[in-house]
Design a protein around this ligand. Sequence first.
Ligand SMILES: NC(=O)C1=CN([C@@H]2O[C@H](COP(=O)(O)OP(=O)(O)OC[C@H]3O[C@@H](n4cnc5c(N)ncnc54)[C@H](O)[C@@H]3O)[C@@H](O)[C@H]2O)[C@@H](O)CC1
Ligand SMILES: [K+]
Length: 512
Amino acid sequence: MLIATTAQMRELDRAAIEEWKIPSTELMERAAEGVAEAVLKELKGRPGKSAASIFCGTGNNGGDGIAAARLLARSGMQVRVFLVGGYEKMTEDAKEMTRRLSDAGVNLEQWRPDAELCQFVRRSQVIVDALFGVGLSRPIRDPVLVELVERINRAEALVVSADIASGVEADTGRILGTAVHADRTVAFTMPKAGHFAGEGKLCTGRLQIWDIGIPPALIRQGTYWTQSIDADYVSAVLPRRKPDGHKGAFGKASLIAGSVGYTGAPVLAAKAAVRTGCGLVTLGVPESIYAITAGKCDEPMPYPLPDTKGQFSKKALQSFRQRASGSDAVLIGPGVGRAPEAAWLMRSLLEELSVPVVVDADGINALEGHIDVLDRRKGRVTVLTPHDGEFARVGGDLSGGDRLGTAREFARAHGCYLVLKGHATVIASPEGTALINTTGNSGMAKGGSGDVLAGMIVSLLAQGAGPMAAAAAAVWLHGRAGDLAAQALTEYAMTPQDMIGRISAAFQSIRI
Ligand SMILES: NC(=O)C1=CN([C@@H]2O[C@H](COP(=O)(O)OP(=O)(O)OC[C@H]3O[C@@H](n4cnc5c(N)ncnc54)[C@H](O)[C@@H]3O)[C@@H](O)[C@H]2O)[C@@H](O)CC1
Ligand SMILES: [K+]
């Protein structure tokens, strides 16, 4: 799904109102219909037997809530509508909705956490959160608001957020102060990054996009730099398989991985690469672990490279050149260790390889203090796959909490493709585009999971996918395989090996 920025949302609303002469109150009424419909659809009992507490801020998000309250009252629900903030601060449209509400016989009440109101909130089956939308501009600090957000989050009621969970920064997914944890979010016109990225994802609940009547022609005019990755996206970008292709037609991936102490990483990466479809997977490992690696590999082709004290030595470079010539894509780093010669090898490979290179784990660590090596690859394809710790080692600063923005900046500055792994993995390109993944679970946060992903990415690159396509498809399929493994085995017990076994089922869940 294409993701709009708050600036783009404002521009769409403005153009619809000023250029297309669509009354702003009409847009607000449509937004309210979306919220009311979501509430009524989810309601367990009959509307006449149900109560809703509707919390409204003073901006237009609050206006949406006030309008939704009228629609819910009309359905027979017992609604009480609470304004949080001063009446005089309300926008004109929100005031207009207040008049319409009062014409329908419902009053807008000032929120105060007294016993009687709190009692009503406690017995409400539904809470509508219309405190802040894309206009949230600073952290929520007002004690009345902070207490209210906590109250909403403690409540048993179904919580439906209008546009975005209040407290989530729409462009980043950061929580500003505190935030509502919604069960459902009805987002207007287009999704925002905050629905998918960072902690915002956890506050969103089930997301629904609701058309409020912005002309499609206006929406099409925009250039959207961010997208979420879903099954349709993956099936669109996956390299097609030629019916008459032989194994050479599906690419050769060369992996350089492993050390004494890390014998699993190379095998996991290589097996995942095979499972993801490439024709040939070769795997260079330090001599000391060759025998054990060979014993674990059937389809991938392992070979020994010179090592010293169990990690690659400088001599491995020459041997790798001979073995890996003709590769379509290379993966370096899983489990290679951090000894100086192994790190030197990682950097030397980056300097000389002209084919796409995926740099994972200790391959990334080898760039600590040597980021110039990465910069010199500008123009060649490099996919870096750090988790937060590795990202920090190469200068990625996540202290601001904006994973999306930070990833985008890094990719642009260093001319690489960045796969910033974690909850809602972000992928950023040197051109400034970014993707946010929607699959995966905490059962994947286990050693070996990253090796599987790296193998999947290099496999797709070898098959001819572009770097964004390869990264996006691999990340989504990897998460999907993880979700399927969790369903079958629980997040506790599932292993990266189990995920490799479910890559096939992940493929089956998309149109191919
Ligand atoms: N015509 C439009 O522009 C439409 C807007 N719509 C709704 O309007 C929303 C945007 O409305 P607004 O731009 O009025 O913004 P919001 O309603 O999101 O909030 C802005 C208000 O909150 C205040 N505020 C921001 N951060 C605060 C904080 N931390 N503590 C206390 N107060 C804070 C601001 O000063 C401002 O008064 C959208 O998310 C959507 O829900 C929809 O009604 C559709 C049409
Ligand atoms: K909201």
